[in-house]
Each structure stands twice: as C-alpha cells, then as structure tokens.
Design a protein around this ligand. Structure first.
Ligand code: SAM
Length: 279
C-alpha cells in the first residue's frame, strides 16, 4: 500500500467516525449519504475551517455546536434557483394542475426546500392558476439557515434575470416583477406569497410521514443519498401521498431503480413527475 492510499484509508475511517459523532450528539444523520460527495465536502470543510485532521474536526464538533452549524453548510448542498428546470414547472402547470384543480383543498410538500426558491416558484404558479387560496404548502429542510432564508424570501438582485427567464420558460402568465420589490441590491418577495406556506424542520432520514399530500416536490435532494436511503425517502413519499398523488423529482433523479418503483406510474417521464398508483 502506498503512503497516499494508507492516508486515504485513515481519512475514510475518520469520516465514518465523524458522521457517527454528529449523529449521536446532534441527531443529524449523514451516515448514508453518497460517500464520494460527503468526502469531498468534508475535506473542503477541514481545510477551510482550519482543522489539521478530520479527527480534530470531530473533537471540535462534539464540544462546540457552532462547529456543527458551520459543518451543516458543507454537508448540505444549497444550490437552488427559481423555476429551476422550467420544463418541470411547465409540466406541473399544463398536466398536473388540471388534476389538482378537481380537489376542493390541496396539500403540497416541498421536501428539501433549501432557501425557498422552489417554494416561491410553486406559490407563484398556484396563484397564476387560481389555486393558491385552497392550498397549504409544507416547506421542509434540515438546514436552519436555509429555512430562515426561505422565510425571509430575499434574494440577490443579480439572480433576478435568471429567475425571470426561467419563469417565462415555465409558461409564467404574469410578470415576475409583480412579486418582488428591490432595495439595497436585494429583491424581497411579496410576503403574501408565504401566507399559505408552513416552513418546518424535517429530515427525510430520521423523521416520519406527512399525511395526505396531493403533490410532493422533492428535487435535487435524493441525489445526495445512497440507494437504501433513497428507498427510505421514497417510502416516506408513498406513505405521505394521497391516492393518485404526484411526486416530482429533479432532472437527474428517477424512480427507475427504486424499491418503490411499482407503486408509481410515469406521469411526465422527461420532467420526472410520477403519479402514485391507486391501490
Ligand atoms: C440542492 S438543494 C435542493 C433545493 C431545491 N429543492 C431545488 O431543487 O432547487 C438540497 C436541499 O436538501 C436539503 N437536505 C439534505 N438532506 C436532507 C434531509 N435528510 N431531509 C430534508 N432535506 C435535506 C439540503 O439542506 C438542501 O437544502
């Protein structure tokens, strides 16, 4: 064994021990996340937070909760966008909403909502389609900083051009500028968009089902889990969906290899929208 591969092996052991420590001390469970990306991100955290080794970082996090909040910033990926992959939102608008429209009240779960871009996208879409007033949106994540940002609905102004293009490509029926005001280099989204939204802390790894959802949008979250953990999360979705409810995933995600694949049918294959089978 070369010296490099011996060091690599030690670092693997240290990473596993660190993830156990975080779980036992704080109940955040990253032990079954896709290992290659966890390793990359923890190495970056070690360098940037100034720890000599992963073991030193473990000692740090066990004794200092502020290190945990810093580490959560590395362990969870917060990239998001409004109307991200506009085709998904167009398919919701044109194909899913005609079904949802037949219900007197609606529950929508945005699992892994990050800093809220997906939440505001859905609230705007539902408002444009006249469904907002009968809908409750549950927006959940494990990252508190992200949830706080989501609740504030404030984004850097330099992101607005992309948001606007995406909104248009998603078939937007209004002007995005109707929904925000600008000041000091920021765009602040209209707080009435949040009046039907409940933000809460919920982990797809350690927490239980949410009942009777008509649509669950969980995009670009499962990609960070290993296969058994993806199965657990999709199992939660099966149990949380109303009969013939919809599940939307990210553009690079699919149910094709899921243990629960036979509980769903492809509804909009390209846009990764599935419908729970009625049985
Ligand atoms: C890349 S963002 C996706 C944001 C948004 N859904 C989108 O597609 O733009 C992934 C989010 O999943 C959240 N996340 C990671 N592990 C989670 C878990 N176990 N339960 C719930 N959310 C989780 C992260 O904190 C992060 O906000």
């Amino acid at each position: 064994m070369t010296q490099d591969s011996a060091l690599e092996k030690i670092e693997d052991i240290e990473i596993r021990l660190l993830l156990e420590a975080i779980y036992y001390q704080y109940h955040y469970d990253f032990r079954n996340y896709a290992m290659a990306s966890i390793k990359r991100r923890l190495k970056r955290a070690r360098e940037q937070l100034g720890f000599a080794t992963i073991s030193a970082m473990q000692e740090g996090v066990l004794h200092d909760p502020t290190v945990l909040s810093q580490l959560l910033g590395y362990l969870t990926v917060q990239v998001s966008d409004m109307f991200r992959d506009p085709r998904y939102f167009r398919a919701l608008r044109e194909r899913v909403l005609p079904h949802l429209r037949t219900y007197p009240s609606l529950k929508i779960w945005i699992a892994g909502c990050s800093s809220g871009e997906e939440v505001y996208s859905l609230a705007i879409l539902f408002r444009e389609e006249g469904l907002e007033s009968r809908t409750i949106f549950y927006a959940t994540d494990i990252n508190h900083d992200a949830l706080q940002a989501a609740e504030s609905g404030i984004y850097d102004l330099d992101r607005i051009q992309q948001f606007t293009e995406n909104h248009r490509a998603a078939g937007g029926k209004s002007s995005l500028s109707d929904y925000y005001r600008t000041a000091y280099g920021k765009a602040s989204f209209d707080k009435t968009l949040r009046q039907h939204v409940v933000f809460s802390d919920h982990s797809l790894v350690t927490d239980a089902v949410f009942g009777e959802m008509n649509l669950i949008s969980c995009r670009n979250v499962l990609i960070y889990f290993d296969r058994p953990l993806q199965d657990r999360a999709v199992g939660l979705f099966v149990d949380s969906l109303a009969r013939r409810g919809f599940l939307g995933l990210g553009a690079k995600e699919s149910l094709r290899f899921s243990a629960h694949a036979d509980g769903f049918k492809d509804f909009a294959r390209e846009e990764r929208i599935y419908q729970r089978l009625d049985r």
